[in-house]
Design a protein around this ligand. Structure first.
Ligand SMILES: C[S@@+](CC[C@H](N)C(=O)[O-])C[C@H]1O[C@@H](n2cnc3c(N)ncnc32)[C@H](O)[C@@H]1O
Length: 259
């Protein structure tokens, strides 16, 4: 698997500007896996802890696991939570948790906006022995990338970014229907009972939040130099100005595989 670059400053932008999850998303996960205060949940590919934090209110303990030290460092520095532990590790390290969580002692594994970096078929099989009956794995996506949405401001942002990066933009980050269908089929093949839950919410962005969100999705090499960022922000501001306010309709998709 390719290791993405979420290091350095990108991790700071991620922590400050990347969308969090509404509490309703954690409610849906709790309902899907009947989570209680006796349960432990693993949030794999936790990044700076966007989903980990809302899960912490619904489980006894949550492990946030990620292979990028800078992301974990940001997660640790943000609101400390007594029932969250941060672990350095990738999808390929899940088997190492077996001696601790064998015999079905884990209630759920969540993978939010991160499965496209992993070997999902291998992961779905590796996770099964860790899960208690009624527990499961959830593949979560958190709306469309800012520059790929079906709005006039998103199209204007897309034009600015395509010109800046010198390439047309077509990334889907695993949110596309085809990826979801592939993941659902792989869950069924691995023996899980599959369901889909959605949570819709609306938000309004400032230009600074939009630019911060864009920077959180760049690799460190793609980030504009610090002294070029005000001009970059102005370019975005000018492009989206005719299309304000910058309203965003976000759909959180929670694909669950129950054991
Ligand atoms: C887009 S972020 C998602 C963060 C957070 N879960 C969210 O929903 O906002 C993707 C995360 O996946 C992590 N990641 C990349 N490859 C991984 C792998 N092989 N195993 C586990 N996590 C991985 C990255 O370090 C990054 O923090």
């Amino acid at each position: 698997m390719t290791t993405p670059a979420f290091g350095g400053e990108v991790s700071e932008f991620y922590q400050r500007f990347r969308r969090g999850y509404p509490p309703e998303a954690a409610d849906e996960l709790a309902a899907a896996f009947t989570l209680t205060r006796d349960d432990v949940v693993l949030d794999l590919g936790c990044g700076t802890g966007q989903l980990t934090r809302v899960l912490a209110a619904r489980a006894g303990a949550v492990l946030g696991m990620d292979p990028e030290p800078a992301m974990l460092e940001q997660a640790r520095r943000a609101t400390p939570l007594p029932n969250v532990t941060w672990l350095l590790g990738a999808d390929t390290d899940v088997g190492a948790l077996l001696p601790v969580f064998g015999n079905g002692r884990l209630a759920a594994v969540t993978v939010a906006q991160a499965l496209h970096w992993m070997d999902h078929e291998r992961l779905f099989s590796a996770v099964r022995p860790l899960l208690r009956p009624g527990g499961g794995i959830a593949v979560v996506t958190n709306g469309e990338p800012l520059w790929l949405q079906d709005t006039a401001w998103s199209a204007a942002l897309r034009d600015v970014l395509s010109a800046y990066l010198g390439t047309p933009l077509h990334r889907t980050c695993g949110t596309a229907e085809a990826s979801q269908e592939r993941y659902a089929a792989a869950l069924v093949a691995a023996g899980y009972a599959v369901d889909l839950r959605v949570v819709d919410y609306a938000t309004t962005l400032t230009v600074e939040e939009m630019v911060g969100g864009v920077f959180s999705a760049m690799s460190p090499e793609q980030l504009p130099a610090p002294d070029a960022r005000p001009a970059f922000t102005d370019r975005v501001r000018t492009a989206v100005a005719p299309h304000g306010p910058l309203r965003e309709a976000v759909r959180v998709r929670i694909l669950t595989g129950t054991r």
